[in-house]
Ligand binder design. Structure first.
Ligand SMILES: NC(=O)c1ccc[n+]([C@@H]2O[C@H](COP(=O)([O-])OP(=O)(O)OC[C@H]3O[C@@H](n4cnc5c(N)ncnc54)[C@H](O)[C@@H]3O)[C@@H](O)[C@H]2O)c1
Length: 271
């Protein structure tokens, strides 16, 4: 039996074909998920991504929904749609994320609130609105419901140039831990995956901005610097990161909650 046979999953921030969310959707479908609902603000790649997933996994199991994950009304509508169409929500992946550069003196309050809204508040809203459905999963699967938050090694490491990202990721880590305690009795597990450097549009954009600030010769040089600092010394791609999500979504992790998987090639152990 496939590892996610019969499960229904929501993955936010999964609308770009080359990002972590899309790789998680792909891996979940490959592992037998009954349905995967990807959500994103972006609409321009809808046809391409849907075509790619249907080409690999067949029609009717992948659905891309336009959602602003920071809006409570969008969560209420999404949960209603998914329950009407698929009858369950077994796995919730809070993966949407943004980064706006700046330190304490150079970040506007508006930008700080925007980063907090996407990186932290969206997960809070997702957990709040999906909890009733996730608590039903235990009746069908021994692992119960599973929430997986895509956090970051940034949640542990300070950075003078990226305040909003690091502060919001730190809050998202604590949201995960509080959720694990609150939702345990409902047999909903809440865990986090902390990617280190994973080559995606977000990472490339972040390092191009660091290069503009003069911190590196180029964005690529900045990414190479990360690879060089990483004990394993290799680059990581979204499909590598997706394996950690499959484990946490599956019943193999039925006794695992409040856990953080560092998917960073050992980079964070240097700090
Ligand atoms: N790539 C890395 O090296 C890395 C490292 C650590 C953590 N992460 C985390 O992984 C997650 C995925 O990042 P990625 O690297 O794939 O980047 P990405 O930019 O490709 O993906 C993030 C997605 O979130 C979407 N999004 C932004 N605001 C949204 C909103 N309000 N509602 C719904 N969707 C929204 C974006 O449109 C984008 O598609 C993020 O939470 C990021 O912080 C990535």
């Amino acid at each position: 039996m496939a590892r996610l046979e019969g499960k229904v999953a929501i993955v936010t921030g999964a609308g770009r074909p080359d990002n972590i969310g899309a790789a998680v959707c792909d891996a979940f479908l490959r592992e037998g998920a009954r349905a995967v609902i990807a959500t994103d603000l972006r609409v321009e790649s809808t046809a391409a991504l849907t075509g790619e997933m249907e080409g690999k996994h067949g029609a009717g199991r992948f659905k891309l929904v336009v959602q602003d994950a920071t809006l409570e009304a969008d969560w209420a509508a999404l949960v209603e749609t998914v329950l009407a169409e698929f009858g369950a929500i077994d796995v919730l992946v809070n993966n949407a994320g943004i980064s706006i550069h700046g330190g304490i003196e150079t970040t506007s309050l508006e930008d700080l609130r925007k980063v907090m809204a996407v990186n932290h508040d969206s997960g809070f809203l997702g957990m709040k609105h999906c909890a009733p459905a996730l608590s039903e999963t235990i009746k069908r699967f021994p692992g119960g419901g599973s929430v997986i938050n895509t956090v970051s090694m940034a949640s542990y490491m300070p950075n003078a140039n990226n305040l909003g990202y690091h502060v919001s990721k730190s809050a998202q880590r604590m949201l995960t831990l509080c959720g694990a305690i609150e939702f345990g009795p409902k047999r909903i597990r809440v865990n986090s995956v902390h990617p280190g450097q994973t080559t995606t549009p977000l990472l490339k954009e972040a390092y191009e901005e660091y290069a503009r600030l003069g911190l590196y010769e180029s964005g690529q040089a900045g990414i190479q610097n990360l690879v060089d600092m990483c004990p394993l010394g290799i680059e990581s791609f979204p499909e590598d990161t997706a394996h950690a999500f499959v484990y946490l979504a599956s019943d193999e992790s039925r006794f695992v909650t409040g856990a953080s998987i560092y998917h960073d090639g050992g980079l964070g152990r240097r700090y």
